[in-house]
Ligand binder design. Structure first.
Ligand SMILES: Cc1cc2nc3c(=O)[nH]c(=O)nc-3n(C[C@H](O)[C@H](O)[C@H](O)COP(=O)(O)O)c2cc1C
Length: 308
């Protein structure tokens, strides 16, 4: 019998549409102690930059009533360690697990360097280009807010990458459509969306921002309606697939995001409150689909009925 959860995307044959979002799952080691990662559709690993980064000063996480603010600042061990230790180790332990590598940098050359090499690992099936990180100076978001800069970067990495490129869109823009269209025209294979929304929280006693970085990225339940709106908009304006994320916690959130136009769904902040959230969602999907009369997920994508 065919698998009703199966989703096919550029570079990715997914046994189900659920994957942990980048930065919320490290490189899988900690969560691998809780459950067998083979159950997941894929994992999006922490951002990789050419050199190791220690990230921003602490405090760099703050809780809010319906999500969290973070300003981690792309902490990671650098391309060499990811290539020589982390990816081979994941491959040895989970030979069939799809890895989506998240690539970041401070200049075009950084992205090109990592994208040229990281797809050599047999388990890296796609790259997520993080042009939307709000938490580092001279990096990330500058690439994701200008259509021309985003297109030029996409073209540059497409020339060297050996696996499909999914570009991660920022919600911190006035109009996402020209940016998404420029990235599509530059040859991207798909979008991932959304990254965090820029936010700030103030400590009343010290009268200072809670985060050492002052501002941080808001994620979690609070941002889901923003994600749904942006996915819906981009789905209608472009023709490449979308991996959706932003505040997904429940099986209904997954189905809602797919109705808006996402072909697969990543789960970020929810992993921090429940490390089992991803396997729970995978298990819950078939029953909820049956209740709602959904035969298979690939039929569901963009089934939202526009109220008239
Ligand atoms: C602590 C933390 C670290 C993150 N690090 C990255 C990262 O390295 N690269 C990236 O593209 N996104 C990163 N993100 C953004 C998430 O991948 C995701 O886009 C965002 O959190 C929205 O999903 P959520 O509401 O389910 O968390 C990070 C998010 C959090 C909370």
């Amino acid at each position: 019998m065919s698998n009703p959860l199966y989703i096919q995307l550029p570079g990715l044959d997914l046994q189900n549409p659920i994957m942990p979002a980048s930065g919320c799952f490290g490189f899988g080691n900690e969560y691998g102690k809780f459950y067998d990662l083979n159950q997941l559709g894929a994992i999006m690993i922490k951002a990789t930059t050419p050199e190791a980064r220690f990230g921003n000063e602490t405090p760099r996480i703050a809780e809010t009533p319906s999500g969290m603010l973070n300003a981690i600042g792309l902490q990671n061990p650098g391309l060499k360690v990811v290539q020589s230790e982390i990816l081979p180790d994941l491959h040895a332990r989970y030979p069939d697990l799809n890895i989506i590598a998240n690539v970041a940098g401070s200049c075009e050359e950084d992205y090109v360097t990592v994208c040229r090499e990281i797809g050599d690992a047999p388990n890296v099936k796609a790259i997520e280009l993080n042009i939307s990180c709000p938490n580092v100076k001279h990096g990330g978001i500058a690439f994701g807010t200008d259509p021309n800069v985003a297109a030029s970067l996409t073209e540059a990495v497409k020339r060297v990458a050996k696996v499909p490129i999914y570009v991660k869109l920022s919600p911190n823009v006035t109009d996402i459509i020209p940016i998404a269209k420029a990235i599509e025209a530059a040859g991207a294979d798909g979008f991932t969306m959304i990254n965090t929304l820029l936010g700030m929280q103030i400590d009343l006693k010290t009268r200072q921002p809670l985060l050492a970085n002052q501002t941080g990225g808001l994620s979690g339940a609070a941002i889901k309606p923003v994600a749904i709106r942006l996915i819906h908009q981009v789905f209608h304006a472009t023709n490449i697939p979308i991996i959706g994320m932003g505040g997904v916690q429940t099986v209904d959130d997954v189905l809602e995001m797919m109705m808006a136009g996402a072909s697969a769904v990543a789960v970020g902040t929810a992993n921090f409150t429940d490390p089992y959230v991803c396997p729970k969602l995978i298990e819950a999907l078939p029953k909820r689909m049956a209740e709602l009369g959904i035969n298979n997920l690939s039929e569901l994508i963009q089934q939202v009925r526009e109220g008239k």
